[in-house]
Ligand binder design. Structure first.
Ligand code: ADP
Ligand code: MG
Ligand code: MG
Length: 883
């Protein structure tokens, strides 16, 4: 059996899986010679045994004994030693950072005897009793499962009795009395005494930290962040250093660069005379880290030196927890720090300029999702704003709207065309419709993993949560904030990046990053973020193998996509070309009873279609444009059956002749389908309605000829949708080829198909015989593989499925690698087995999803196609996938 316990000096930063992130980095700092209080780490392996069996492995006790002995010898004092006790912290620390999800107990080792020793030794009885009350408080909460309020209330009462404003105003006697109180509370709530034996304290705390892996919030967080459920946490036993020994002591957090902008400088917070958790808990106000220079120059200088060492060593932004004990600096934690999207880009290129990392590494360190965030419009910084609260920026964006408090009100207002912000204390699955209808979501409770936050991020909707200053009363329809009241219908604005909430409508401006992509802001115009984005996306373009095309049906979208870097159109849907004024001709087509009538209707549509293609192909001159022949069922172009039936019935009741409507109703009824998604659409339609595909192909071919005659270089590709049998494709292809020959461009326009049915993927070897290219239609392929319709399920049960962990993310958003992905791989392999040079693309929504793009790269596709706004994301991720 390998060791279950490692001294800090025995590990390193690459041992995260075994020692957890905190333990591995404590080890790394120890070995860098930085001042880390000595200690040891109990491995995640021990935790796994605990989680499986409910008790720690039998050999663990001996190993801990051995390491405790070692630690006692090093520190020259013993656990529980009455005159000068060794105290330790028992700290959780998993491989993946799970901030605030698990537990830590400080000051382990204090008891009724040794508290006096500590008081005497430190010459500071107040400190000793404060440490003891903290131990009982944390132990009671974390290890004994007591409600934190029991202790917090008692502390409040003690302060009130004394007229004290902060805990600093409580003296040793007050704290001593509080300790008595706390011990009584422990007895009352758990039926046992607070354990006096230090080793018992330690063992119970270790088991509690292991157990906290499976706390409800930890489970939810892991599900959200897709962290494995069985990895377990390590436990760090770290000898205590004290920031609460007086004003010459303190504790703080620091960042080697500004985690919100990436700028170099001194960033962090410091709190004098405090223990670690006080900084995060916001009990007293911290001072900016820079003030430490005045407070304690020597410690400040030490810290600056250590920060430089750490940045140089980790080659990245680090965040740090430290404590100053009577003028001596101690390092308690470091890790490569979280940062905003803007900071990620700026830090990456700064580090390249500083010679710390190369440009490949810089590209690895930025993500498409971060780039997408930088492209959201933002509130105009110059506009006057009335800020009323600050919560947690849970899902980025800048949204304004009228306040509504219920899902129903949100839906109603949205139907009237009004912009609304849904405001709740917290949301639940029943609010989904309202969340969809709203511009943004604001809650007064809950953090980044609350329902509101998780669902909003999934929908790409702006969300601020946990704005605790707001007193939201849904029943009354009011928000009370700092003495004023906001009622339903009032305008507010929320910033999902900063978490700020404003009264009134704040004007928005396009992000500079979008201006750069649009070509209206030069990369060297002085905006450092834009310059970073430019450098990294240019590098991505240099290294990527995947092509990036766009989904666009209009010349306007196509032009934008080109500016954003699209290399062609991967999907032009032709159905919009049958809407609007053209409906009349479509109706005539559908109602036609003779060949003559049908041909007449088609002849009306053809020049209109040709006009569409002329525009589109001209806009995309010289690059491929994949045009999908008509896909949706015909009844989508007709009025609703219910409306029409009512109209006809009313006319008849009034004794009028329903005329045209009656004929239309017959057609609508004839075409009605229970499951249109699985009905007469795609190639089926083309094979059943004579002349329809031919008309479209003639329009494409003649537009091509015309543009060529103007000296242009149109490159259309014709794509047949929803093929499931090779015979379908042969028949459709024959017709397409016949028309191309008639127009005089035989063999000059590639003819391909969509792979969007499981059957097509499975028989792709046959289908490839009749196809010049494949484009995977992953939306339909997801629907048909799972057997659910996107329109019907997303509101109905997906949020439940996400909560239950059946999906970590909707399979419509990110490709289901195991199921749908396996079909894509099958399609690729079998298609290329028949035709090695077969061109392969993907044109579903997944084409713009970072994780899916990596999958398509691995699967060997030639290009992805996505909506114009996702093009930069796709370029960046395609580059990252190639590294
Ligand atoms: P978290 O992962 O929630 O930050 P930590 O294990 O880092 O939990 O500990 C919580 C707080 O206690 C931190 O501020 C940390 O710096 C402080 N702390 C932990 N161990 C010690 C110690 N041995 N001496 C002094 N402060 C400590
Ligand atoms: Mg910490
Ligand atoms: Mg489809």
């Amino acid at each position: 059996m390998p060791n279950l316990v490692y001294d800090f000096a025995a590990g390193n930063k690459d041992m995260k899986d075994l020692l957890g992130g905190k333990g591995a980095n404590l080890a790394e700092m120890t070995n860098l010679g930085l001042p880390v209080p000595p200690g040891f780490t109990i491995t995640t392996e021990a935790c796994k045994v605990y989680l499986k069996t409910g008790s720690v492995p039998p050999e663990l006790a001996d190993e801990i004994d051995h390491h405790v002995d070692e630690l006692q010898r090093r520190m020259g004092k013993k656990l529980g030693q009455a005159d000068d006790p060794l105290l330790v912290s028992v700290r959780s620390g998993a491989a993946a950072s799970m901030p605030g999800m698990m537990e830590t107990v400080l000051n382990v080792g204090l008891n009724d005897d040794s508290v006096n020793g500590l008081a005497h030794q430190s010459g500071n009885p107040r400190f000793a009793w404060d440490a003891y009350r903290r131990l009982i408080q944390m132990f009671g909460k974390t290890v004994l499962g007591m409600e934190g309020e029991v202790f917090e209330d008692a502390l409040e009462k003690a302060k009130e009795a004394k007229g004290a404003r902060s805990d600093l105003d409580l003296d040793a006697d007050d704290l001593k009395a509080l300790v008595e109180n706390f011990k009584h509370a422990v007895h009352e709530h758990t039926g046992r005494e607070f354990p006096q034996d230090p080793r018992t304290q330690m063992d119970l705390a270790i088991a509690a930290v292991f157990g906290s892996w499976n706390s409800e919030r930890a489970i939810l967080y892991r599900r959200q962040e897709r962290i494995g459920a069985d990895l377990g946490t390590a436990v760090n036993i770290c000898s205590m250093v004290f920031g609460n020994l007086g004003m010459d002591s303190g504790t703080g957090v620091a960042f080697t660069r500004d985690p919100s902008t990436g700028q170099q400088g001194v960033y962090g917070d410091y709190l004098q005379n405090a223990q670690g958790e006080d900084v995060v808990a916001g009990i007293r106000n911290t001072v900016p880290l820079a003030d430490l220079e005045q407070i304690d120059k020597a410690s400040y200088d030490d810290l600056m030196r250590i920060m430089a060492t750490l940045e140089g060593h980790y080659r990245d932004l680090c965040d740090i927890e430290f404590t100053v004990e009577r003028g001596k600096l101690w390092m308690l934690q470091t890790r490569v720090g979280k940062r905003t999207a803007a900071a990620a880009f700026r830090i990456a290129t700064s580090l390249v300029d500083e010679g710390v990392i190369d440009i490949d590494e810089a590209l690895r360190r930025v993500k498409g999702a971060q780039l997408a965030q930088l492209m959201f419009p933002r509130f105009d910084a110059d506009a006057s704003k009335e800020k009323i609260a600050k919560g947690i920026g849970a899902s980025p964006g800048a949204a304004s709207g009228k306040v509504v408090f219920t899902s129903a009100a949100a839906v109603e207002a949205a139907e009237r065309g009004e912009k609304v912000i849904l405001v709740r204390r917290e949301t639940n699955p029943d609010d989904l419709h309202g969340m969809i209808a709203a511009q943004g979501i604001l809650t007064s409770r809950g953090g980044k993993t609350s329902h509101a936050a998780v669902v909003a991020r999934g929908m790409g909707k702006t969300c601020v949560c946990g704005a605790e200053e707001l007193d939201v009363n849904v029943a009354q329809g009011t928000i009370k904030v700092h003495g004023s009241v906001i009622e339903a219908g009032e305008m507010i604005s929320i910033d999902g990046t900063t978490g700020e909430v404003f009264r009134g409508e704040v004007p928005v401006v396009p992000s500079p990053v979008v201006q750069y992509f649009e070509g209206s802001l030069a990369p060297d115009a002085g905006d450092e973020l834009v310059e970073s984005v430019h450098r990294l996306i240019s590098h991505a373009d240099d290294v990527r193998r995947l092509g990036v095309r766009t989904n666009a049906d209009t010349a306007e979208d196509a032009a934008r996509a080109l500016r954003f870097g699209a290399e062609g159109i991967g999907l032009c849907r032709t159905e919009h070309m049958f809407l609007g004024e053209r409906r009349v001709s479509v109706e005539r087509l559908i109602l036609a009873e003779t060949d003559e009538e049908r041909e007449g209707a088609l002849a009306e549509l053809e020049p209109l279609q040709r006009g569409d293609f002329l525009e589109l192909l001209a806009a995309m001159d010289g690059v491929p444009v994949t045009i999908r022949l008509i896909d949706p069922p015909l009844h989508e172009f007709l009025p609703s059956m219910e409306d029409l039936a009512v109209k006809v019935a009313l006319a008849r009741e009034r004794g009028e002749d329903p005329g045209h409507d009656a004929a239309l109703l017959v057609a609508v009824e004839r075409l009605h389908e229970e499951n249109p998604m699985l009905g007469l659409r795609g190639v089926r339609l083309g094979l059943v309605v004579p002349g329809l595909f031919a008309m479209q192909v003639r329009a494409i071919a003649s537009a091509t000829v015309e543009l060529r005659s103007q000296g242009k270089d149109p490159q259309p590709e014709i794509m047949i949708p929803l093929v499931g049998a090779v015979q379908e494709l042969h028949l459709a292809r024959d017709e397409v080829e016949r028309v191309l020959a008639e127009v005089g461009v035989a063999g000059e326009i590639p003819i391909g198909t969509m792979i969007e049915l499981p059957r097509a993927a499975v028989i792709a070897d046959q289908i490839a015989e009749a196809a010049d290219f494949f484009s995977f239609g992953t939306n339909d392929l997801t629907q048909t593989t799972w057997g659910f319709s996107r329109d019907d399920v997303e509101g109905a049960f997906f949020s439940r499925y996400l909560e239950k962990g059946i999906f970590a993310v909707s399979p419509f958003e990110s490709i289901d690698r195991e199921g749908v992905g396996a079909l894509v791989r099958t399609g690729v392999d079998r298609g290329r087995a028949t035709k090695p040079e077969l061109k392969l693309g993907i044109c579903g929504e997944h084409g713009g999803d970072p994780d899916s793009i990596h999958f398509f790269h691995e699967a060997g596709l030639d290009y992805v196609s996505c909506s114009p706004f996702r093009i930069p994301v796709a370029r960046l991720e395609a580059g990252r996938a190639s590294l």
